[in-house]
Write a protein that binds this ligand. Structure first.
Ligand code: ADP
Ligand code: ASP
Ligand code: MG
Length: 471
């Protein structure tokens, strides 16, 4: 039993959806008679959520023509894909569904243009359209390919709180609904197809789980149905040793432990949404990251106890554009209760802190969500001097070996030699080291760490002379 989640590039156009149907078809073939069909979870077509966010912003600025034109373009794109993947009556039905969804979207965007205000709740209603439309199209494409598939409205399954744009699922309600709705479909040998990323409050108001949240949807459903594997189909071969947009030739990490994957996802490895691992851990369900363009490649398998420790580090990741807040108070000297007071401010404004370092009279923290920064700083100023530094970044090195081998820390610091490090921290788990530095220094820092931990060793093996020359 599995959940198969396909990301934006894996449903980007008719060709990508064609690959998806082949992958799901093969999966069905291989489990015929031995396991029920997979649940398919899909993201919006590549780039659609960004475009919907832009359309909502145009509406907020009162630009009705711009907002409507942008939605019209999206509608045309979805209709083009629909025509390419279906035919006959099935196509007519699917076109009607897609049009209905966009008709509601046009009405919503026009209303927002009049109000010139886009609340988080309205934004969720707009951006949910992407996943609703794509999941309808994928269900239609599977049916067209002879795979019996039922579209299921995720908003009747994933029940969340009302924290719009970053809603948290109520796992008890969600699991009850998931079993009620999805198990009968699978029992009939049909493939349930549902939108990732979206859910609804108990009152039925549409919510979203945060950007990139379709991975999380897949893990939530997988945990509810106790599946054997959660598959994340994407556009890279798996978890790589570094972000391929920054380091030219990262390597595949074939095995990862849940804890390592969590650290990497949290600190910027976009291939996995940071919350994905939680439901998987709770039921000890393996997560596999796979490339939908190369379905036969082995991918990355993430389990509780992976022995990924073949190298010194497992991978490096980076979180860009964070803010460092320095909080200094002489009252802190010998005082107790100061840290409680300080973190209460972050709690009140629902802002997560990533890295923390302290000295006797100062505390430095990083935050990546600047929305409530001004209010946080104002409140901290009641009892401390506060300064902020924007355009910073976190570079994080992860690996279980960091626990046992103190030399790895020294090697990482010396690899970064000359790059100003603003904060350095190694948490109690000792499976990661985090460096806070200027965002502009990220590419250089990532490349140097990658060279030190992932390239030099291979090069020394393949070409000892050039490795020696470099030394
Ligand atoms: P999807 O649309 O399938 O969810 P995402 O764009 O969310 O895909 O995630 C895949 C992308 O994550 C890759 O194309 C890659 O650029 C980026 N990425 C960043 N860090 C890593 C990493 N360590 N390993 C693999 N991919 C990474
Ligand atoms: N479509 C959503 C986004 O772009 C969710 C996802 O792709 O996982 O953030
Ligand atoms: Mg993603």
């Amino acid at each position: 039993m599995s959940v198969m989640k396909f990301g934006g590039t894996s449903v980007a156009d008719a060709a990508a959806i064609g690959r998806l149907t082949t992958i799901v078809g093969r999966r069905l073939e291989s489990c015929r008679g031995t396991a029920p069909p997979p649940v398919v979870v899909v993201s919006a077509l590549a780039g659609v959520t960004d475009s919907l966010v832009d359309a909502a912003r145009l509406a907020e600025e009162g630009d009705v023509d711009g907002a409507v034109a942008s939605l019209q373009q999206l509608l045309n794109r979805h209709l083009t894909v629909t025509s390419a993947v279906t035919s006959g009556q099935a196509q007519a039905t699917l076109v009607a569904h897609v049009r209905d969804e966009f008709t509601a979207g046009f009405g919503l965007v026009r209303a927002l243009t009049v109000l010139r205000e886009v609340s988080a709740r309205s934004l969720d209603a707009v951006i949910a359209m992407g996943e609703i439309a794509s999941s309808r199209i994928v269900a239609g494409a599977l049916a067209q390919a002879g795979i019996v598939a039922d579209w299921v409205d995720s908003r009747t399954i994933v029940i969340t709180d009302a924290e719009h744009t970053g809603a948290v699922p109520d796992m008890i309600a969600t699991c009850t609904r998931a079993r009620e709705r999805l198990l009968p479909i699978r029992a009939n040998g049909r493939v349930p197809v549902m939108a990732g990323f979206i859910g609804a409050t108990p009152q039925g108001v549409t919510t979203t789980l945060g950007r990139g949240g379709s991975d999380y949807s897949a893990a939530i459903v997988g945990a509810c149905l106790d599946v054997d594997e959660i598959q994340i189909w994407t556009d890279v071969d798996g978890m790589l040793t570094a972000d391929p947009r920054i380091v030219p030739e990262p390597r595949l990490v074939p095995r990862l432990a849940f804890a390592e994957a969590s650290e990497l996802a949290y600190f910027g490895a976009k291939v996995l949404h940071p919350s994905t691992i939680l439901p998987a851990v709770s039921k000890n369900i393996p997560v596999r990251i796979l490339n939908s363009r190369r379905p036969d490649s082995r991918g990355t398998l993430i389990t509780a106890d992976a022995d990924s420790a073949a190298g010194d580090l497992v991978a490096i990741a980076c979180k860009r554009d964070v803010t460092v807040i320095d909080i200094t108070s002489t009252r802190m000297l010998m005082a107790h209760g100061f840290l409680r007071r300080l973190f209460e401010v972050f709690e009140r404004f629902k802002t997560a802190v990533d890295v923390v370092t302290t000295s006797e009279v100062s505390v430095s923290v990083t935050v990546d969500d600047p929305r409530r920064l001004d209010a946080i700083v104002d409140n901290l100023r009641h009892f401390a001097d506060v300064s902020c530094e924007r355009n910073m970044a976190i570079v994080c090195a992860v690996g279980e070996n960091l626990r046992g081998d103190a030399r790895l820390f020294a090697r990482a610091v010396s690899a970064l030699g000359g790059i100003p490090l603003r904060l350095v921290s190694q948490a109690a788990s000792r499976r990661n080291i985090t460096f806070v530095l200027r965002d502009a220094d990220v590419p250089q820092a990532m490349k140097r760490l990658h060279l030190e931990f992932f390239e030099a060793r291979v090069e020394a093996f393949q070409d000892p002379e050039s490795a020696l020359r470099r030394c």
